[in-house]
Ligand binder design. Structure first.
Ligand code: SER
Length: 594
């Protein structure tokens, strides 16, 4: 019998509803009540406070399907069963039944409703942790045996594998017992034969059949008892469907298969890994965008940016058109609805696709040059030390071309070169400090608040100065600058009113550079080197030892704290709205972008 996603979801939820569990709603993937989590990573996360007694549950027995995001093992995406987003089928007892009933329900559902022969199932049990003072879970072993598991179908595991908590922050937690499915001899030696429980290949986890919530993990890493005992279970729907159908990977389920096929049809050189990464990352990006997150360089926005950029690069790898990403996103949205696993939509399909298009446009421009630079780096022996690409070059790819670290790692690995994450992180931290220093004590180019529009106006200000020099003469230079959400204001030394022709010539200069899609390149160097490089700069005594120099092709080079647009193509159309006198010998321009 073939199981569909819809059917497996229905069988699971019906089973628990038939055993007095109330089905609760799927929550947003953005945690409302958990600061330590970027995204909801388990079905229990949105309701975690019911386990501590801080919140009254809708019912003592509950179940649902929750969309979860887990991007900590992003590098595993592309194997048989890791996904960056998935649906978790969950069931809960809050201060109601405990271990024995949970194990009985799990076995009944798997063997009698999903018809899995019991000898194909293995269960793990917590072996205790002396250091943390948490005893072994010997009860679970007894109950698994009671429902028909043999001794050799029960595997004892330690804290890392069999103690579940939501993260490192405060969290209800406890020992857990997980059910694994034996995929057969073609995937490796059996546990009985080798004494080794191969949970990577032969045995696939299909259900965390019970976190036995007994403890509260405190911020300081200590544990106290919860006021009552609860059960939290969770099973990855896509993985369960894969297992029940005997598929080799989750990508054979209808959640992914049509998407992979579509991408493959539109690729010149498809490869399995890339197809899987594209399908997985675009699906997760759609879900994150729907939650109102935009690509950025921090926190949730950066997770989204990394997923989109990695997908964009793999679309290039398989020789497909960059715009394929948009059609993949549309089909992904339709398919989530078709499979009955869609979130509540906060945005329309068109709105989500438009946001992907923006990031695609932005990154596609950088990607080509970045790849050239990368190939250039690795072609020179002096850039590779002990098999590793020099950290500063990895950082340059991040800083100048927007290459997320793992993307460079992946590119490097494809060329048998390693990268050093620790060293990259050090440079990243150092850079953050330098930038902070820049903003604090360095000339800010008139930028008070930074957001997307002020950042663009800031770049337009550099181009305006370059244009004025070109049209009015090199003696013209900045006397002051101020940027708000609406306009830039630029003061410069010049004796008379500008003519309409001069104004138009300056506007044309700026718009010409905009239309050329010139990359804005940032470099850090000593003040002395910056001066030598011909960079414009004011108030020399206000600069720190290391300064940032922003170069816009052959058109502009200025010492500046930033931030700037990544590419002039992002700016829109520039217009001088006003040209007037500011004080004796100083003129003032107000400029806008639209
Ligand atoms: N919270 C547990 C897990 O994520 C059970 O759902 O594995």
């Amino acid at each position: 019998m073939k199981y569909t996603v819809k059917e497996v979801k229905r069988i699971f939820l019906d089973y628990f509803k038939n055993h007095e569990h109330k089905q609760i709603k799927n929550s947003s993937i953005i945690p409302e009540n958990v600061d330590s989590l970027l995204f909801i990573n388990a079905g229990m996360a949105p309701i975690k406070n019911v386990f501590t007694g801080q919140q009254i549950p809708e019912s003592k027995r509950m179940c649902n399907m929750q969309i979860c995001i887990r991007t900590n093992d992003i590098d595993s995406i592309g194997d048989r069963h890791h996904l960056s987003s998935f649906c978790m089928l969950g069931s809960w007892s809050v201060g109601d039944y405990f271990k024995e009933d949970a194990i009985r329900f799990a076995t009944d559902l798997l063997t009698n409703h999903f018809n899995i022969p019991i000898e194909k199932l293995y269960a793990t049990a917590f072996s205790g942790d002396e250091k943390r003072g948490i005893p072994a879970d010997t009860d679970s072993e007894i109950y698994w045996k009671k429902v028909g598991f043999k001794d050799n179908q029960i595997v004892k595991c330690g804290f890392e594998d069999n103690f579940w908590r939501m993260g490192d922050g405060e969290s209800p937690c406890g020992p857990c017992t997980e059910v694994f499915y034996d995929t057969g001899a073609e995937h490796g030696k059996s546990y009985e034969e080798s004494g080794y429980f191969d949970d990577k290949k032969r045995y696939i986890e299909i259900w965390n059949a019970g976190v036995f919530m007994q403890y509260l993990q405190k911020e300081d890493g200590t544990y106290t008892n919860l006021p009552f005992n609860s059960v939290d279970t969770g099973s990855g729907l896509e993985r369960l469907v894969m297992t029940l159908n005997g598929f080799d990977s989750v990508y054979e389920t209808e959640v992914y298969k049509p998407i992979l096929e579509f991408v493959a049809q539109n690729a010149k050189t498809p490869n399995t890994q890339s197809l899987r990464i594209i399908a997985d990352h675009i699906k997760t990006s759609v879900l994150i965008l729907n939650a109102g997150i935009e690509p950025s360089n921090a926190k949730r926005g950066y997770v989204l940016r990394r997923l989109l950029r990695r997908a964009i690069r793999h679309i290039r790898t398989i020789g497909a058109e960059p715009s394929l990403i948009l059609e993949v996103a549309k089909r992904t949205i339709d398919n989530l609805i078709e499979c009955d696993i869609a979130p509540d939509w906060n945005f329309s399909k068109e709105e989500i696709v438009a946001k992907i298009m923006q990031e695609n446009d932005k990154f596609s421009k950088l990607l080509g040059n970045g790849l050239k630079e990368f190939n250039n780096f690795i072609s020179r022996e002096e850039n590779i030390e002990s098999g590793e690409l020099k950290p500063e070059l990895v950082f340059k790819l991040y800083d100048t071309f927007g290459f997320p670290f793992e993307m460079t790692r992946e590119l490097a690995e494809e060329n048998n070169i390693k990268v050093n994450e620790e060293e990259f992180n050090k440079l990243f931290e150092k850079h953050k400090e330098v930038s902070k220093g820049d903003i604090g004590k360095v000339f800010k180019c008139g930028l008070a608040e930074t957001n997307e529009i002020t950042t663009k106006l800031h770049t337009a200000t550099h181009l305006l100065q370059a244009g004025l020099k070109k049209v009015l003469g090199d003696h013209v230079s900045q006397k002051g600058s101020n940027i708000t959400d609406e306009r830039l204001r630029f003061d410069f030394n010049f004796e008379r009113k500008m003519t309409p022709e001069e104004i138009k010539a300056v506007e044309d200069f700026v718009n010409d550079v905009i239309s050329k899609n010139v990359q804005v390149v940032k470099e850090e160097m000593s003040y002395e080197d910056a001066q030598k490089s011909g960079a414009l700069g004011l108030f020399a005594n206000k600069y720190g030892d290391v300064v940032s120099v922003y170069t816009i092709g052959e058109y502009s080079k200025e010492i500046c704290g930033g931030p700037h647009a990544e590419n002039t193509g992002d700016l829109g159309k520039f217009k001088i709205a006003k040209e007037e006198s500011s004080s004796a010998g100083v003129r003032r321009i107000k400029g806008i972008l639209n």
